[in-house]
Ligand binder design. Structure first.
Ligand code: SF4
Ligand code: SF4
Length: 344
């Protein structure tokens, strides 16, 4: 027993294992949310023949466009709509993380990032090689996610308060969570092929989807540039061993930087863990002399802020949607109806 405890202690002494625990915890939470929501929808699909499940508000975390519209609408009208309030709260928390703590959402919480990272690790094990695209291809591909982001942001920027209200309170948005679920439950051959291709590419190129195509990551990455917290290197104690650069899943040349200013940095701290020199590579609030925070403290702050903010939202009534079960009952058998078409 003692030997087992010692093994666990050694395992937990690696900061990247702490990150794995946080990622796995959020992943399980998201699977649970997906299961609950599936049960909720099934109940109405079967006209009450299957077991009743409460709708988990956390499912709205998968509706970032609707959340962004809700936030803009709030700033224009001061109306905090309760159609998908949890989505707005989650979007706000992840935005806050980006501004204050870099892309913590991508490196510690996102289920897609988690899967993508471990698919990449599997690829690395299989091929014992890190595939990196040449710069002339990497740069234009990396701009793709910004173009996709621009498309959505531009569409939202040009919407007036009236347009936003029509979308937010419209039937399409009210049932957007169900439509999203149905997209995955009844995956078309095309969508399945795209997902498989992206997964296949992630085997060879680390975080393919996140690096090149994810608009959410692009949004957080852009704002993470303003974060005071950055991986910071002390050139006086650095031995130029380059272990940090080898460990970085975002292919950042950490060994050559004093502060990592990249929008690709996910605050995973793999580089910090890999650095063999004491006090050389740290997450610091400002330049070399600035206050540093350990990876464990970072993890505690991230998890605590997440649960405190979502907890406050639950207690103050800004978490549960105002869309009533009777509406789901009404719409679930007519999801293809033109009334549920996207408002343009
Ligand atoms: S620079 Fe460090 S913290 Fe940033 S993505 Fe690379 S390994 Fe992770
Ligand atoms: S791992 Fe540490 S010592 Fe080695 S190059 Fe990077 S910062 Fe310098």
């Amino acid at each position: 027993m003692k030997v087992e405890n010692k093994g666990l202690k050694v395992w937990l002494s690696n900061d990247q294992h702490i990150r794995l625990l946080v990622q796995a915890g959020f992943f399980i939470l998201i699977i649970w949310i997906g299961y609950q929501f599936y049960g909720f929808v099934k109940y109405f699909e079967t006209d009450g023949q299957s077991a009743w499940f409460r709708r988990p508000p956390g499912v709205e975390g998968f509706l970032p466009i609707s959340s962004l519209m809700g936030i803009k609408y709030f700033f224009l009208t001061h109306d905090f709509n309760l159609i998908h309030p949890a989505g707005m709260i989650l979007f706000g928390v992840f935005f806050l993380f980006a501004i204050l703590m870099k892309k913590g959402f991508c490196g510690w919480i996102c289920p897609i990032g988690f899967l993508s990272e471990y698919i990449g690790k599997l690829g690395h094990r299989l091929f014992k090689k890190k595939f990196i695209l040449p710069v002339w291809l990497d740069y234009p591909l990396r701009s793709l996610k910004y173009l996709i982001l621009l498309f959505f942001v531009w569409a939202i920027i040009t919407m007036s308060a009236e347009d936003l209200r029509a979308f937010i309170y419209g039937s399409y948005n009210r049932m957007a969570d169900v439509k999203m679920l149905m997209f995955f439950v009844h995956l078309s051959l095309f969508s399945m092929t795209v997902i498989l291709v992206l997964m296949g590419l992630s085997v060879f190129i680390k975080n393919f989807w996140c690096r090149y195509l994810c608009p959410y990551g692009a949004f957080l990455g852009f704002f993470s540039l303003f974060s005071p917290l950055k991986v910071t290197r002390n050139p006086e104690t650095c031995t130029d061993c380059r272990k940090c650069t080898t460990a970085c899943p975002s292919n950042i040349k950490v060994h050559g930087k004093l502060r990592v200013h990249s929008d690709e940095c996910m605050a995973c701290a793999a580089c910090v863990t890999a650095c063999p020199e004491e006090d050389t590579l740290k997450l610091r609030l400002s330049k070399r002399s600035g206050r540093s925070i350990s990876i464990r403290t970072y993890a505690i702050i991230l998890v605590a802020v997440f649960f405190i903010v979502t907890g406050i939202a639950m207690l103050t009534g800004y978490w549960v949607s105002s869309v009533q079960p009777v509406e789901y009952q009404h719409w679930i058998h007519q999801l293809d109806s033109p009334e549920l078409d996207h408002v343009r």
